[in-house]
Ligand binder design. Structure first.
Ligand code: 5RP
Length: 277
């Protein structure tokens, strides 16, 4: 692997434990103003110090993230369909490698739609993006999208999609957690990270999901809604991070969450007293 590509990948999957916490905030590219991501800057800013990397589109990067903040960026470069359109799988590459380089990104990300009407186009796009990424030393994250068909989330389908992504040269694969997740990880020769998916009923459920995925061999998370749709996003990302980087148990992570949540509640705003001078 080229030095530059290896160096960029190391910003995302930390070499000291081969794991990473990626904060996903790219949802608007097909969902529009997703709940609690209506004003991206407000959602992203408090979470930035706690994420290893940030996954988003160039539009939100340019408008809502301070260029002076040293967070590695995973740039979503695919799109072209919306949640109200005909077919979510009809995506193409929408951002040039030149723009990605100008934005100093650490990785490129695109969705593949295995088994969907535009399977062929998305896989060919992945191959082309890996060609370009390899040329400039930029790794590619393949997102194994399941579109609206969430029932596709089983080990048989997800291991097929992840393996195909790796065969096409993806350096990192994002997928969903499922029963027998070990099979997905075992048969994919590059690191696998998990999306959180739609917000689960409780934070504890999302922590369990994270723990189970890590236990089964995931290299980390690329999590969005289960962090920033929580009423306590900072305690939540810190609890997730404790599982990913400190091998915390679900109970330990829940303690982290509850402790930080209670500190948040008791922290009183500082009111400056008006003293006569
Ligand atoms: C959408 C994506 C999202 O980044 C991904 O699904 C992660 O976010 P969440 O944890 O909210 O599912 O790639 O296609």
């Amino acid at each position: 692997m080229d030095w530059g590509l290896k160096n960029r990948l190391a910003r995302i999957i930390k070499p000291y434990d081969n794991r990473g916490v990626m904060l996903a905030v790219d949802h608007g590219y097909f969902l529009g103003p997703t709940e609690r991501l209506e004003e991206p800057k407000k959602t992203i800013s408090p979470l930035l110090p706690h994420a290893d990397s940030l996954m988003l589109t160039r539009g939100v990067l340019r408008t809502s993230v301070d260029a002076g903040y040293p967070i590695p960026v995973v740039l979503r470069v695919s799109g072209g369909s919306s949640i109200i359109g005909k077919d979510l799988s009809n995506e193409k590459i929408t951002t040039s490698i030149k723009d990605a380089i100008k934005l100093n990104v650490s990785a490129l990300a695109m969705s593949i739609f295995v088994g969907a009407p535009y399977e062929h186009e998305s896989l060919v796009s992945l191959g082309k993006l890996v060609n370009e990424g390899e040329e400039y030393g930029i790794p590619v994250l393949a997102v194994t999208a399941v579109g609206k068909e969430l029932e596709k989330r089983d080990a048989r389908y997800l291991s097929l999609a992840c393996r195909i992504a790796a065969e096409f040269g993806a350096h990192l694969v994002k997928t969903y957690y499922c029963d027998n997740f070990e099979k997905v990880v075992r048969s994919c020769p590059v690191p696998v990270i998990i999306a959180g998916g739609p917000k689960l009923a409780t934070e504890l459920d999302a922590l369990k999901l994270t723990f189970d995925a890590i236990q089964a061999g995931a290299a980390g998370v690329d999590m969005g809604r289960n962090i920033w749709q929580s009423d306590h996003p900072v305690p939540m990302i810190k609890a997730v991070k404790a599982i990913v980087h400190q091998n915390a148990t679900v109970k330990e992570a829940q303690d982290v969450f509850n402790r930080l949540k209670s500190i948040e509640k008791t922290a009183k705003p500082v009111i400056k007293s008006k003293t006569k001078s």
